[in-house]
Design a protein around this ligand. Structure first.
Ligand code: SIN
Length: 483
């Protein structure tokens, strides 16, 4: 049993239309800690009918919520922000237990997630419109913004808190209501957020959380119910395409934050120590399980050996362990399929001519812990094309700028890219040439609430966070006024 100051945050019921409910059929499923296989909680296994109830509730709640002043909605979000902070240690423990994320990273995620709530509490009051000079004498073109309506969010296990707050905060700020379906691996953080939202004064029906391991059934209801006007999804490109196809039948608005395959380029003129620090932060955050993790580390030939040796030294300082151990800096993979994928990618990289520099296997047999791994590989390795999603740094060499830009862009996704150089002209040139939504220049850390998070190509559409994030939950209305 988790040791919490406020045990009421650990919920065993879902939150539908302002009520804490079991599933209609009494079905439940267990939430298990990937660090030790121990149960952390049990939640209702909801299906299409409970999802439809939550959508109905969100529809009923919409008119009153959107009629509030922006200041009133902002005040509720500020109250939620304060509660997230007051309860941050409990929230971090729940998050760490269900995801295996080291406690220090889990605590950082609570602050990261709460920052979106604070940001959109502020942005709620800046949903400005426009007055545009008209072509007709004496008339006016007036543009205002309105909430999209009932929204749905499907969120992943890798950031069980922040991927929810960065969808619900702009939705609520804009005046939308929202139904969230968190990953079945990590539903407890979502329920804890809902409990605090209720305490903060979010009215009945404005936010619901459906727990389910029947993702296809719930996803179908969320994407096909005509009352839902928008879907926001963070997850794989494969599932994103499926949801987009389903949502097409009712032409829903979409925000899709899908897979990445981030190049991390180290030029010969880079500050190599800074590049190693950036590569470690980008590659090994959350055991390599983020969409913006460095997936292909491309190092110019002249500095390859030095960079490799420094990276190896840094990787070997990582401390693999249980989330609750204070010194842990590297947690487990989320499940056995993820661990199997790592085994397969390592085997493939070595079979296609790669060299193992360190790691390469599971930490102890039959566990989800994988050693921090570094491989020098060829472009024929599957890891060049696939998102690794694990603690495996794959290095490649290049000779010049044109070649590395070609290598970096030669994929069908475009979420995040990174490069290190001390040449100012090159930093603009390469930044322009990279086909990515987000670019870290001399930094491996790009995520924060003030910046527009999102990708191009098959990495999705829409932006989360920043002044642009609110627009994803608002429609534009134009009035032609003849005077
Ligand atoms: C993600 O992996 O989807 C999000 C990562 C982040 O917010 O930094």
């Amino acid at each position: 049993m988790l040791d919490l100051a406020n045990p009421s945050l650990l919920k065993s019921r879902a939150y539908i239309d302002g009520r804490w409910l079991p599933s209609n059929r009494g079905a439940t499923f267990n939430v298990v800690c990937p660090s030790d296989g121990e149960p952390v909680g049990q939640v209702p296994n909801m299906g299409a009918s409970e999802t439809a109830e939550a959508i109905e509730g969100a529809h009923k709640a919409l008119s009153a919520w959107k009629a509030l002043t922006a200041k009133a909605r902002s005040d509720v979000l500020k109250a939620l922000f304060n509660l997230l902070h007051t309860n941050k240690l409990d929230l971090a423990r729940i998050l760490a237990a269900e995801s295996g994320k080291p406690l220090v990273e889990a605590t950082a995620e609570i602050a990261y997630g709460a920052a979106y709530v604070e940001w959109f509490a502020e942005e709620a009051r800046r949903a400005y419109g426009d007055v545009i000079p008209s072509n007709s004498p004496g008339s006016r073109i007036v543009v205002t913004k309105e909430p999209v309506g009932v929204c749905a969010a499907i969120t992943p296990w890798n950031f069980p808190n922040a991927m929810i707050t960065r969808k619900i905060a702009p939705a609520l700020a804009a005046g939308c209501t929202i139904v969230v379906k968190p990953s079945e691996e990590t539903p407890l953080s979502a329920l804890a957020i809902a409990a605090l939202a209720e305490q903060a004064g979010v009215p009945r029906g404005v936010l619901s959380v459906i727990t389910s391991n029947k993702s296809a059934e719930v996803g179908e209801e969320l994407t096909q119910n005509p009352l839902v006007k928008k879907l926001s999804f963070t997850g794989s490109t494969r599932v994103g395409k499926m949801l987009a196809a389903q949502a097409a039948s009712t032409v829903k608005r979409l925000s899709l934050e899908l897979g990445g395959n981030a190049p991390f380029i180290v030029f010969e003129d880079a500050d190599l120590d800074a590049a190693v620090t950036g590569a470690m932060a980008s590659k090994f955050r959350n055991a390599g399980q983020t969409c913006v993790c460095a997936n292909r580390i491309l190092v110019q030939r002249g500095v390859f050996d030095e960079f490799r040796d420094k990276l190896q030294q840094a990787a070997q300082n990582l401390k693999t362990g249980h989330w609750s151990e204070r010194e842990t800096t590297l947690g487990p993979l989320i499940n056995s399929a993820a661990a199997q994928k790592m085994d397969d990618l390592v085997e493939d990289a070595l079979e296609t001519g790669g060299d193992l520099i360190c790691g390469g296997k599971r930490h102890r047999s039959n566990t989800l812990f994988f050693e921090p791994t570094i491989i020098k590989a060829n472009q024929s390795a599957a890891a060049f094309r696939e998102e690794i999603f694990g603690p495996m740094a794959v290095l490649y060499t290049f000779d010049d700028e044109d070649e590395v830009i070609g290598m970096a862009n030669d994929v069908n996704v475009g979420l995040a890219a990174y490069f290190y150089t001390q040449d100012l002209a090159r930093s603009w040139r390469v930044g322009d040439a990279l086909e990515y939504g987000m670019i870290g220049i001399n930094t491996g850390v790009i995520s924060n609430e003030a910046a527009p998070f999102g990708g191009v190509k098959e990495s999705g559409q829409g932006r989360e966070g920043s002044k642009y994030g609110l627009n994803d939950y608002m429609e534009i209305k134009y009035r032609a006024i003849g005077l």
